[in-house]
Ligand binder design. Structure first.
Ligand code: GLA
Length: 346
């Protein structure tokens, strides 16, 4: 390993078209890679120091590989370097320079993209033949183990494997996946609600815990594979029954959305997205009134489908809008919601 050399790793942000909070409940999900992304340049070091500079933070960081997460912005990068070291991709620390166009705290997987990009750069440094799926699994381990974020595998798989402009139909039980083309006639538009969210603020973990209670009740790890009718008439107490119902119905809506994309049936895709939002709002209770209003107006102004996307309690909505009407639709939506802003379109 030549310590003078630098190695580049890249990863896009992602938006989830449909399939929320089911990547840890045995479901199918349908994320798409964004054209905005980030790039990391990595220079291996012989000692155990990790230095990190990012264009979106004024202050650089210098940390030891043995340090734990401390709530500092550099935690995900340090965790990725530690993971790369543990997997033998680095012999010591590294100097990392990060250039990112992915907004933080917006539910667009900036953290997953950063960790994946560092692991990919370290893979290049080591000349390793590790697969992108193995990179994604390792990146999730950084979130779960080092960062203490109890996320599923969707974001890491999407940013490690999906090419911008396509969606990935991902089976989160066995990580098999298929690339699905997006409609030619419509744009997938991402609009930020203006409310930023943090995965580690406890609400994500609380919802995951409620799903675990439902799993224990039904004696399964795969809530998504249960029959929604069986869940609805079960004696499982609320809110656990509603949580399980969301998982089972959302999984079926993802299957409908994949079939709709393959059949180029935008109306059916939109219906699945609209129904998904109602389920997230009423059964999973992960939305907020500001987001519900944004989604309702997105549909009223002509989107074929619109829904909250990501972990919930803020962040972005995703809408499918006819390409010729996209600009007027966006202007009208932002006029009604001055706190919202456009993020990008796939
Ligand atoms: C976050 C997590 C993902 C997934 C989504 C909700 O993005 O990182 O694993 O659970 O929330 O669908």
């Amino acid at each position: 390993m030549d310590t003078a050399q630098t190695f580049i790793g890249r990863a896009p942000g992602r938006v989830n078209l449909i399939g929320e909070h089911i990547d840890y409940n045995g479901g199918m999900v349908l994320p798409a890679a964004l054209s905005i992304g980030l790039e990391v340049s990595l220079a291996p070091r012989a000692d155990n120091t990790v230095t990190m500079r990012a264009d979106h933070y004024d202050e650089a960081a210098r940390r030891d590989l043995k340090e734990d997460a401390s709530g500092h912005w550099s935690d995900p990068a340090l965790g990725a370097a530690r993971q790369a070291r543990a997997m033998g991709l680095l012999a010591g620390g590294a100097d990392l320079t990060i250039r990112s166009a992915i907004p933080q705290g917006s539910g667009l997987s900036s953290s997953a993209a950063l960790i994946v990009a560092i692991l990919k750069a370290a893979r290049a440094a080591a000349g390793s033949d590790m697969t992108d799926t193995e990179i994604a699994v390792a990146a999730r381990a950084v979130e779960n183990g080092f960062m203490g974020v109890p996320c599923g595998i969707m974001d890491q798989m999407a940013v490690a494997l999906a090419a911008p402009g396509t969606a990935m139909a991902l089976n989160t039980r066995d990580l098999t996946h298929e690339i699905v083309d997006l409609p030619q006639t419509h744009a997938v538009v991402v609009v930020h609600s203006g409310l930023t969210r943090r995965l580690i603020d406890g609400r994500y973990a609380a919802l995951k815990g409620e799903c675990d209670t439902a799993k224990a009740h039904f004696g399964t790890d795969d809530l998504c594979l249960l029959d929604p009718a069986d869940i609805a008439r079960s004696d499982l107490a609320q809110p656990f029954r509603k949580r399980a119902l969301h998982c089972a119905t959302e999984h079926r809506r993802v299957l409908d959305a994949i079939a709709a994309l393959q059949a180029r049936d935008v109306a059916a895709l939109g219906q699945a997205m609209n129904d998904s939002h109602i389920s997230m709002r009423d059964d999973f209770e992960m939305s907020l009134p500001v987001i519900d209003a944004l989604v309702a107006d997105a549909a009223e102004l002509g989107a074929a489908g619109a829904r909250l996307t990501g972990g919930g309690f803020g962040g972005c909505i995703v809408a499918v809008v006819e390409k010729g009407r996209q600009d007027a639709w966006l202007a009208a939506l932002l006029d009604r919601h001055p706190g919202a802003h456009f993020i990008g379109a796939v």
